[in-house]
Design a protein around this ligand. Structure first.
Ligand code: IPD
Ligand code: CA
Ligand code: CA
Length: 270
C-alpha cells in the first residue's frame, strides 16, 4: 500500500468517527444561533467534539505531522512537510438549524500541495475521497465532473462569507450577474460540500471569497482528481491565502472566470 493510500484510509477513519459525533449532537442543539447569525456555544461544542475525535486519530497514527485545525489552530511542529488541514464541521449555520448540508473536511498538504482529501456528509452518509493519482470517489465509486460547456446550460453554487454585512466586496454583484447568465446559482452554506458536488457533477462550477484553508483543501484535491479545475478568479494559480477560489468542471472555467471579472456593480440591478 502506498503512503497516500494509508493517509487516505486514516483520514477516512477520522472523518467517519467525526461524522458520527456530529450526528449525535444534531437536534440537541437549541438556541444555537447568536443574534448576529453566527453559531452559538452549543454548536461550538459539537464542533469541538468532532475536532477532538479527528485529532486523536491523526495524532495516534502520525505523531510527527503538523496540523491546522479550525478550532485549535496550529498544532505540532509546523516545519513538517505534512500538514493536515481540518474543518470538523463545515456548514455550521445549516447544522444549527438542522438544515441537512454540513460535513467534515480533512485535507493533507504535502510540501504545500493538496494530496489527500476526505469530505464526509453524515446526514446523507456520503463519503467523498481522493488522493493524488488515485482518483476521486463517492461512497467508494469513481466520480467525474460534468461535461457542461456553456454558462447558459450550467448550474452553479457559491457562498457568502460571514463578513458579508461589513464589506461591499460581498459577492452579491457576482451572484446577480451569474444568476442572469446561467440556469441558476445555488447557495448551500458548506464550501466543502460545494466542491464535492462539483467533483461528482451535480453542479458545474463554484466560486467564493472569504474562505479559509480548512474549507477547501480536501475539496481541491477531490475536484482535481475528478477531472475539474481549481484556480484564482482570474484563472491564475490558486492562492489559498487570498480566500478566493474558482472551481469548475474545466469546460466552463474560462467563461465563468470572465463573467466574474465582468460582473457589473450591484447598483446595475436596482
Ligand atoms: C463556512 C461554510 C460556508 C461558507 C463560509 C465558511 P463554517 O464554514 O463553508 O459555506 O460560505 O465562508 O466560513 O463556518 O460553516 O465552517
Ligand atoms: Ca468551514
Ligand atoms: Ca467549521
Amino acid at each position: 500500500m502506498t503512503n497516500l493510500q494509508i493517509f487516505l484510509d486514516i483520514a477516512t477513519e477520522a472523518a467517519l468517527a467525526a461524522g458520527a459525533v456530529l450526528q449525535g449532537y444534531l437536534g440537541k442543539v437549541e438556541d444555537a444561533v447568536t443574534e448576529k447569525g453566527r453559531p452559538g456555544d452549543l454548536v461550538t461544542a459539537a464542533d469541538k467534539a468532532s475536532e477532538a475525535v479527528i485529532l486523536e486519530v491523526l495524532r495516534r497514527h502520525f505523531p510527527q505531522h503538523s496540523i491546522l485545525a479550525e478550532e485549535s489552530g496550529k498544532l505540532g511542529n509546523q516545519d513538517n512537510e505534512y500538514l493536515w488541514v481540518i474543518d470538523p464541521l463545515d456548514g455550521t449555520t445549516n447544522y444549527a438549524h438542522q438544515y441537512p448540508a454540513f460535513c467534515v473536511s480533512i485535507g493533507l498538504l504535502i510540501n504545500d500541495v493538496p494530496q489527500v482529501g476526505v469530505i464526509y456528509d453524515p446526514f446523507h452518509n456520503e463519503l467523498f475521497r481522493a488522493a493524488a493519482g488515485l482518483g476521486a470517489t463517492r461512497n467508494r465509486h469513481p466520480i467525474k465532473v460534468s461535461h457542461t460547456s456553456e454558462l447558459n446550460k450550467s448550474l452553479l453554487v457559491t457562498g457568502f462569507a460571514y463578513d458579508r454585512r461589513e464589506t461591499s466586496d460581498n459577492n452579491y454583484a457576482e451572484f446577480c450577474h451569474l444568476t442572469h447568465l446561467t440556469q441558476g446559482v445555488r447557495r448551500s452554506g458548506s464550501a466543502a460540500l460545494d466542491l464535492a458536488h462539483v467533483a461528482c457533477g451535480r453542479v458545474d462550477g463554484y466560486w467564493e471569497r472569504g474562505i479559509a484553508p480548512w474549507d477547501i483543501i480536501a475539496g481541491v484535491i477531490l475536484l482535481q482528481e475528478a477531472g475539474g479545475k481549481v484556480t484564482a478568479y482570474d484563472g491564475t494559480p490558486l492562492k489559498i491565502e487570498s480566500g478566493r477560489i474558482l472551481a469548475t468542471n474545466g469546460y466552463i472555467h474560462n467563461k465563468l472566470s470572465q463573467a466574474l471579472i465582468d460582473a457589473p456593480p450591484l447598483s446595475a440591478w436596482q
